[in-house]
Design a protein. Structure first.
Length: 439
């Protein structure tokens, strides 16, 4: 998916504006990409139409090329479809909160039951897990073992009892114990069948859960849409847990589940261990689906923080090689405004690998540079060549800033080299970040 979208992006990169004609190729790529990521066809259609509408209506932002802008629109729409923000578990006004788990066999319901219980326990909440899968003795044992592992009690009545009755008594037991949440694990089937649906519906009618969570295996792909539709129509779900996202699935199911049911994905399972549960964040999922690091966050941040008229002025200065120490200082301050250098570098794909000490070094270097520039006179800042030719001036700056003369000489050397480089690089959507001495 990522590669495909990147293709679409590249196709737009050379263009200077998003238009009806140049966007068609890119939209086709988005459509193809989502289909190959197993997003349901109907969902894809609606999604692409919405992206097209937004892209054509988008204002041109200077400093951001149309390719970047298009990707951002795709990303924003993905986030929107997946629900904007994380929706927490329901909480009953009078405990216990009842959570009902539903889903096909093998999707990870029992595991997710224990994961949720552990998650809540970490929030200092108390749980009871209820085993209603009476069809496989191993299923009850599985929950008991998990319960021991995470120190959460399990309510079970063996394999002869009626699942609806177990669920009802389980909730009674939770009240008796005074726990605040009861999680009911249920039996799945390999395929949707009316026995399972009937049983789930009866359990639901009996215990009136605050949250009915559909557990969906992320590897289900295309099927996720039909599955979700059927469960939602027959049982009525209030949310979903997407499991097995630790595999190399593309996450297309997330889009389908949300779009088909209108219900939020609340958690994702990212491994077999009981700790491997995370709240679902639409932004993260969109980034994952696009697989572009956090490059979009960077575009967004840059857009917010840079004063665009400043950027344009700076660009023309760079082109004319008039870039001086005043501009340099300004760029350094912009960089600072955009958050710590470390945070910023982490957002750039490939730069995340910089170690903490590299980043700290860079930040120290920035501070040193700033203090040296502060010791320059107005005239010197505006005309860096004055410094190259005068050891006296360099000595004065070294003294004033508390650095050595060779530090000052290095700064000037690096600055001159950078200015020459900038001139060569010439244009480009965004201004080049200053080459930082020492990095
Ligand atoms: P159930 O039939 O729906 O109750 O499914 P189980 O909870 O028994 O899980 C079925 C299998 O999937 C087990 O082997 C689990 O360890 C595995 N599983 C569950 N959740 C995850 C997950 O998030 N990641 C991975 N890799 N495996 C999972
Ligand atoms: Mg199970």
């Amino acid at each position: 998916l990522a590669e495909r979208l990147e293709d679409a992006w590249k196709k737009l990169r050379g263009q200077d504006k998003i238009s009806q004609s140049n966007i068609q190729e890119a939209l086709k790529e988005v459509r193809r990409a989502l289909i190959s990521a197993d997003v349901n066809l109907q969902v894809v259609k609606g999604f692409v139409a919405e992206v097209e509408k937004k892209a054509l209506g988008a204002e041109v932002i200077s400093g951001v090329n149309p390719g970047q802008q298009f990707i951002k629109i795709v990303y924003d729409e993905l986030v929107k479809v997946m629900g904007e923000s994380n929706i927490p578990l329901a909480k009953a006004s009078t405990p216990p909160t009842v959570i009902l788990m539903a889903g096909l066999q093998g999707t990870g319901k029992t595991t997710a039951t224990a994961k949720l219980a552990l998650f809540l326990r970490k929030e200092k909440r108390t749980c009871l897990m209820v085993a209603t899968d009476v069809y496989r003795p191993a299923a009850i044992d599985q929950l008991i073992t998990l319960g021991q592992q995470i120190e959460v009690p399990v309510f079970e009545m063996g394999t002869d009892a009626d699942p609806v009755e177990i669920a009802r008594l389980g909730v009674e037991k939770a009240k008796e114990l005074g726990v605040d949440t009861v999680i009911i694990d249920t039996a799945g089937r390999l395929q949707i069948d009316q026995d399972m649906m009937g049983e789930l519906a009866r359990i639901k009618a009996t215990v009136k859960p605050d949250d009915t969570l559909l557990v969906v295996d992320a590897m289900t792909g295309q099927e996720a849409a039909t599955l979700t539709h059927t469960f939602h129509e027959q049982i009525g779900i209030t949310g979903a847990i997407l499991t097995k996202l630790d595999g190399d699935t593309r996450g297309g199911a997330a889009l389908s589940v949300r779009q088909v049911s209108g219900q939020p994905i609340k958690f994702v399972g990212v491994g077999e261990k009981v700790e491997a549960l995370q709240p679902f964040y639409p932004e993260r999922m969109a980034s994952r689906i696009l697989n572009m690091g956090d490059v979009l966050t960077l575009v967004e941040k840059a857009q917010e923080e840079l004063d665009l008229s400043d950027v344009e002025k700076m660009q023309s200065k760079i082109l004319q090689a008039q870039f001086d120490f005043n501009d340099f200082l300004k760029q350094m301050r912009l960089l600072k405004n955009m958050g710590s250098l470390g945070g910023l570098l982490k957002l750039i794909p490939g730069m995340g690998k910089l170690s903490g000490s590299d980043i700290a070094k860079g930040e120290t270097e920035l501070k040193r540079t700033e203090s040296m520039i502060n010791s320059m006179t107005k005239e010197e800042r505006a005309n860096p060549d004055l410094l190259a030719s005068s050891p006296g001036r360099r000595r004065r700056i070294a003294k004033g800033s508390g650095h050595s003369e060779s530090d000052v000489s290095n700064l000037i050397k690096n600055f001159t080299r950078m200015r020459a480089m900038m001139k060569q690089m010439g244009q480009g959507g965004m201004p080049a970040m200053p080459g930082m001495p020492g990095m």
